[in-house]
Structures are given as C-alpha cells and as structure tokens.
Design a protein. Structure first.
Length: 80
C-alpha cells in the first residue's frame, strides 16, 4: 500500500475497501489502468422465469436461469 493512501477508502462510489493506488482499491485501480475509467456497478432487475420448459427458475440472462444458461454455453463451446 502506498503511504499516501494509508487509511483512506477507495474513491469509487459505494466502495468501502482500502485505497491501494491513486486513491482506488486494487479492483478499481485495475479498471482505471486497463480501461481508462472506473466501471459503475450495474444491477439488472430481471423478472420472469426460465424459457426452458419445466425449469421454473428465475431468469438470469437471455431468458434462461443460471443453470440452463451455463449448460447452453458449455454446449456451444463444445460444439466448436
């Protein structure tokens, strides 16, 4: 930890981690270093149920629950 940042909290919004470099925690400093900006935390409010028949779990992404989405991704990866 840099002496300038000792005891300071991260500058990123809603982050309570200790500052590592340039006033940011390690996660946000890496984002700044590689992307040129700190990404804002985005929460998606997805409602509904998985489109696979008989699943009944809550939607995670692209109309599928987390379990079905993972299975579909593995199927696509293995198909190549």
């Amino acid at each position: 930890m840099n002496i300038k940042n000792k005891g300071l909290k991260c500058k990123a919004e809603q982050c309570n981690k200790l500052a590592f470099c340039k006033g940011f925690c390690t996660k946000h400093y890496q984002q700044l270093k590689f992307n040129g900006k700190v990404k804002e935390q985005v929460f998606l409010n997805i409602e509904g149920f998985c489109k696979n028949i008989g699943c009944g779990r809550q939607v995670f992404v692209k109309g599928l629950c987390q379990r079905c989405y993972s299975k579909e991704r593995m199927r696509l990866v293995n198909a190549d």
